[in-house]
Design a protein around this ligand. Structure first.
Ligand SMILES: [Zn+2]
Length: 245
C-alpha cells in the first residue's frame, strides 16, 4: 500500500510517486509555488499535474533572462563597433587627397636629393667642372681656379635644398603624428570590443551553459513525471478499435 499525501493546490490525495514534496524541488520552482500559496512549506506536497505549470514557467523565465542578457551584450557590442568616434582612417589616402602641387614637388625633390644617384651625379658634375676649367680642356675655361662660379652655384643649390627638405620633413612628421593618432584610436576600439567580447564569453560560460544544462534537466524531469502520470496506451489490435455493438 503506497503512502498517500494531500496536494496543496486542490486538497486531493495522491500517491507519493505522483507528486513531489516542496523540499525536493528547485528553488526557482519552489519560490513560484510559495508566491501563489504563501502557506506552503517544505513539507507540503504538490501533484505532478499542478507542478507542471510552475516548471514550465521557471524554464521560460530562465530562457527569457538569458535572452535579455545576451541581447544587452550584443547591443553594446554593435554600438561600440559602429562608434563614429573610433572611425579608422587611411592615413595615406587622406594625405594624398590633401596634398598640394608644391608639397608633391617638395616630396619628390627630397626623395631625389636623398639618394645615392644624386650624390654620384653631384660628384661627376664637380669633377667634370673642375677638370674642364682647371686643365683648360677643349679650350674651355669659363670658371678658372678657384672656381667662384661653381661656389656660387653650389651655395644656391644648398640654400634652396634646405627649405625643400625641411618642408618634406614637416610633412613626414605630420604623417607620423596622424598615423600614431590613428593607431591609438584603433587600439582603443579594439580594447573596447575585446572587453565586451570577454563579457559575452564570460556570460556564455558562467550562466548560459549552466542554465542550458539546468533547463535540459528540468525538461527531462517533466518527461519522467509525464510518463508516471499518463496511463499506458490500450493495446491496439487491428479491427478491434470499433466499439462492439
Ligand atoms: Zn494537485
Amino acid at each position: 500500500m503506497p503512502k498517500v499525501a494531500v496536494c496543496l493546490v486542490d486538497g486531493k490525495r495522491h500517491d507519493y510517486d505522483r507528486g513531489s514534496f516542496l523540499w525536493n524541488l528547485r528553488p526557482g520552482i519552489k519560490n513560484r509555488i510559495v508566491r501563489d500559496y504563501p502557506k506552503a512549506q517544505g513539507s507540503s506536497f504538490i501533484c505532478y499535474e499542478h507542478l507542471l505549470p510552475y516548471q514550465i514557467e521557471t524554464i521560460q523565465a530562465m530562457i527569457r533572462s538569458d535572452e535579455k542578457q545576451m541581447n544587452k551584450i550584443n547591443r553594446k557590442l554593435t554600438r561600440t563597433m559602429a562608434d563614429k568616434e573610433y572611425q579608422v582612417t587611411d592615413v595615406n589616402e587622406t594625405l594624398q587627397n590633401t596634398q598640394t602641387f608644391g608639397q608633391k614637388i617638395a616630396d619628390r625633390v627630397a626623395e631625389v636629393a636623398g639618394s645615392w644617384s644624386f650624390i654620384i651625379f653631384y660628384i661627376v658634375v664637380l669633377v667634370a667642372w673642375i677638370t674642364i676649367n682647371g686643365l683648360h680642356l677643349f679650350g674651355v675655361h669659363f670658371d678658372p681656379y678657384p672656381f667662384i662660379l661653381l661656389n656660387l652655384f653650389l651655395s644656391c643649390v644648398a640654400a634652396l635644398q634646405a627649405p625643400v627638405i625641411m618642408m618634406s620633413q614637416n610633412r613626414a612628421a605630420y604623417r607620423d603624428r596622424m598615423s600614431a593618432e590613428n593607431d591609438y584610436h584603433i587600439n582603443l576600439k579594439t580594447e573596447e570590443e575585446l572587453r565586451i567580447l570577454h563579457a559575452k564569453m564570460d556570460h556564455l560560460m558562467q550562466h548560459q551553459f549552466e542554465h542550458n544544462l539546468e533547463v535540459q534537466q528540468m525538461i527531462f524531469e517533466i518527461l519522467t513525471e509525464m510518463k508516471i502520470t499518463t496511463p499506458p496506451p490500450k493495446k491496439y489490435f487491428p479491427g478491434n478499435d470499433k466499439p462492439k455493438s
